[in-house]
Design a protein around this ligand. Structure first.
Ligand code: SF4
Ligand code: SF4
Length: 227
């Protein structure tokens, strides 16, 4: 899932201060799970904005909506009327959703209400940790299911580095060295031999930005020259 955190309220309020009609738009997927931008957070933030602008004696209308997904055009179309009635939209979706909403409604200012942080997992209630940097060349098969590009502070392709001390990371001694964990895991699985040769240099072309993926069933539709 994509993990995000709500921006500080003063930053949000300042960004919206010049608009008399605001739409707060949430997303019902990842940002709802990480308690940053789902229906509940939309309601709380909208109330906070109403109260705060009211205390400033400013006439500001704050409407609310939460889509199933903001990263899907089909759902964005369902809020057309609400967006057109607003002078500005505050999106609580991840960075991808915010951009897609802005793209769908040119001419309508769209502001981010969250900081998108990483692709991660829910470790426990209220605790999320990063697991993947979307490198486009997944090496988990060779590294015992532990991502060196994310879990190693230096993103090393071969490790551990010379700074590892007693199994802990040089950069953050509070954390275990990712490469030690990889080795331990491969030993436990009887697969350590696969680390005996140096892994090739990472191919950064696989992480070309902005990324684009076309499912093979749709190649003809989007790439006329493909066979
Ligand atoms: S190797 Fe790449 S795709 Fe696989 S988990 Fe790590 S960053 Fe993500
Ligand atoms: S000590 Fe381990 S996790 Fe830390 S930077 Fe070096 S190889 Fe990476």
């Amino acid at each position: 899932m994509i993990v995000a955190q709500r921006k500080p309220f003063p930053e949000i309020k300042q960004a919206l201060a010049s608009y008399p009609n605001i739409l707060v738009a949430g997303c019902g997927t990842c940002v709802a799970v990480c308690l940053a931008g789902g229906k509940k957070e939309v309601g709380l933030l909208a109330s906070q904005l109403r109260m705060s602008f009211g205390m400033d004696q400013k006439e500001v209308q704050v409407a609310e909506v939460t889509l199933e997904r903001q990263c899907d055009r089909e759902f964005l179309e369902t809020i057309k009327e609400k967006v057109e009635q607003a002078d500005a939209v505050l999106s609580l979706a991840c960075g991808a959703g915010i951009q897609f909403l802005a793209e769908a409604y040119p001419g309508r200012p769209v502001y981010p209400g969250v900081n998108t942080t990483f692709i991660g997992v829910a470790e426990a209630a209220g605790l999320w940790t990063e697991r993947c940097r979307a490198c486009g060349e997944c090496v988990l098969a060779e590294t015992g299911g532990i991502c060196p590009r994310t879990m190693c502070a230096k993103g090393l392709n071969n490790g551990p580095c010379g700074g590892m001390t007693e199994g802990q990371c040089e950069v953050d001694p509070e954390r275990p060295c990712a490469w030690v964990k990889i080795v331990e895991r491969l030993v436990a699985e009887g697969r350590l031999a696969q680390l005996e040769s140096l892994r090739p240099m990472r191919d950064y072309r696989k992480q070309a930005r902005p990324g684009k993926v076309t499912h093979r069933a749709y190649l003809r539709r989007y790439h006329a020259d493909s066979k």
